[in-house]
Write a protein that binds this ligand. Structure first.
Ligand code: DC
Length: 226
């Protein structure tokens, strides 16, 4: 039995912050799969491919070599030999990733890469289809969510702290659009796996969510004898 944790949930629910903390506590390798889709999005964008052009995307996919490295424990995403980690966290990269990640050719490639990472080492992986498609046998599956207004409020604070000008209504609209896109695609849509535990973080702080997950993990290990 593996020791892997799968965390799925909508944009802005706090998956990566929480997963990083849990990874440190449990000595698991954290894999941010959204970053891998973001790198693919950048690749298509640089080629000037329209995200609605599925044939062009499917054809170009083979030319993208995405790999993951760790520097001082932090995930680095390498796209065709270039470290693109610093370019991934913009709203634009997130939108592009969401649009390009609907296609079978992109998803097949990313899922294979993610499964091969998990075959080498125990991981905590976050994304949209981790519990349902990538790691269906994970020891613990979490579906981490929060209300749209709370996710928008957090994103607004994050951006203003970074000194970026932004409009709260536009942020909320962007989150709704991303939910719509990620939940309604035919392949690997965001949904809660049947055996995932729902954690609604609307009224919980980071420490509280981490504690909940650590407790669930302990319980799962005891029950499964790992
Ligand atoms: O988690 P994130 O916001 O960095 O992800 C960016 C986009 O990538 C997300 O809107 C949809 C896509 N994605 C996906 O389709 N499957 C995953 N496992 C992770 C991300």
């Amino acid at each position: 039995m593996n020791r892997n944790i799968a965390i799925d949930g909508p944009a802005g629910a706090g998956k990566s912050t929480i997963a990083k903390r849990v990874a440190q506590q449990l000595q698991l390798i954290y894999v941010d799969t959204g970053a891998m889709y973001r790198a693919m999005g950048i690749y298509f964008h640089r080629l000037g491919i329209d995200p609605t052009d599925e044939p062009a995307i499917s054809q170009a996919v083979d030319g993208a070599e995405v790999s993951i490295e760790y520097r001082d424990g932090a995930q680095q995403v390498i796209l065709n030999g270039e470290n693109v980690t610093g370019l991934l966290r913009t709203e634009e990269a997130g939108r592009m990733a969401s649009r390009c990640s609907v296609y079978a050719a992109v998803r097949t490639k990313m899922v294979q890469l993610q499964q091969s990472l998990a075959a080498r080492t125990a991981v905590i992986m976050d994304g949209r289809d981790i519990g349902t498609v990538v790691l269906p046998d994970a020891l613990l599956k979490i579906y981490l969510t929060a209300s749209v207004s709370e996710r928008a409020r957090r994103r607004y604070l994050e951006l203003t702290e970074k000194g970026e000008a932004c409009d709260p209504a536009e942020i909320e609209q962007g989150i709704r659009a991303r939910d719509e896109q990620d939940m309604n695609r035919p392949i690997g849509p965001l949904r809660q796996a049947e055996d995932a535990v729902l954690v609604d973080a609307s009224d919980l702080g980071i420490d509280e969510v981490v504690e909940v997950i650590l407790g669930l993990y302990e319980k799962a290990r005891r029950e499964k004898g790992v």
